[in-house]
Design a binder for this molecule. Structure first.
Ligand SMILES: [Zn+2]
Ligand SMILES: [Zn+2]
Length: 296
């Protein structure tokens, strides 16, 4: 059984929800939606602060192209580990992994990791979590480098440190948002915070050239994954659409996500959809290992 990350102590933030009124940060420009999605706030393109700063800079020192990384560049960010409450999994320890994707428009962060300070969660899961600033710094990023975020879903192990990013646009499925605000789904004070700038999506969406957010319901109704086109081929960040590499290849052991999914049919369909993309490489939200297509 996979963990469920439900928390009974999350209290709604008082007052109206500032997030859906989405005061967009300064660096947004209109862009037609190539995914045909109907979400009202999604037809935007984010330009990084660095790009804007560059527009006013004097002729910069141009580093050799040979020294520049090939973009987009995907870096795993390990946010911490936790204990499974299921006694059958007592000998194992779970891991939470997000990803920073450096691209020409800035750094896109896929998930913000475990939150801090919730007694019930700590008693249940015994997390050993890293602050997102520390986790990013360990991988060579500053927190201010992050120009956009997507949460695969809003459970407390994937959206737990969203509040470290006021003003940064956060892509989330509208169905997930509704779930979080109408059921006992997550720790709401980690989701609703001053300056929260959520961009609700309905289905697939392409926020930047070569990036596609893909709706992959199953683990939750509003789960989403990310596909990134790279020089090495298509890379999929599955999130928790599938729990481990073993489950991805159809050889899951006791650590799998399907049996605990509230909608197994949707889970199966989403997994098949990701497989149907024929990615070159796949990363997971709860597995340090990644999968590479044989022959690649
Ligand atoms: Zn979850
Ligand atoms: Zn999770």
């Amino acid at each position: 059984m996979a963990p469920h990350w439900k928390c009974g102590s999350g209290q709604p933030v008082a007052g109206s929800n500032p997030a859906l009124s989405a005061t967009t940060p300064g660096a947004l420009e209109a862009k037609p939606c190539v995914a045909g999605c109907a979400a009202p706030l999604t037809h935007i393109r984010v330009r990084s602060r660095r790009m804007l700063a560059g527009a006013f800079a004097l002729a910069p020192f141009a580093p050799s192209r040979r020294l520049m990384p090939r973009l987009p560049e995907i870096t795993p960010i390990e946010y911490g580990t936790f204990r499974f409450p299921d006694p059958a999994l007592a000998r194992r320890r779970g891991v939470v992994v997000g990803y920073a994707i450096r691209h020409r428009g800035g750094v896109f962060l896929f998930d913000t990791g475990l939150g801090f300070g919730n007694a019930e969660l700590e008693e249940t899961y015994h997390p050993e979590a890293r602050r997102v600033e520390e986790a990013l710094a360990g991988a060579g990023f500053a927190i201010d480098d992050v120009t956009a975020i997507a949460n695969c879903h809003l459970h407390a192990d994937h959206a737990g440190q969203n509040l470290a990013f006021p003003g940064v646009p956060i892509y989330v499925q509208a169905a997930e948002w509704e779930l979080a605000h109408t059921t006992d789904h997550t720790i709401l004070e980690w989701v609703d915070f001053p300056g929260a700038t959520y961009l609700p999506l309905t289905g697939d969406h392409e926020p930047f050239d070569g990036f596609r957010i893909i709706a992959t319901p199953g683990h939750t109704k509003g789960h989403q994954s990310l596909a990134v086109q790279t020089d090495h081929g298509l890379v999929v960040l599955a999130g928790q659409a599938v729990y481990t590499l073993d489950e991805w290849v159809g050889n899951a052991d006791e650590l799998e996500g399907r049996s605990g999914a509230p909608d197994r049919d949707a889970y199966d369909r989403s997994l098949e959809r990701l497989r149907g993309l024929e990615p070159r490489h796949v990363y997971f939200g709860h597995d340090r290992r990644s999968w590479t297509r044989s022959g690649s």
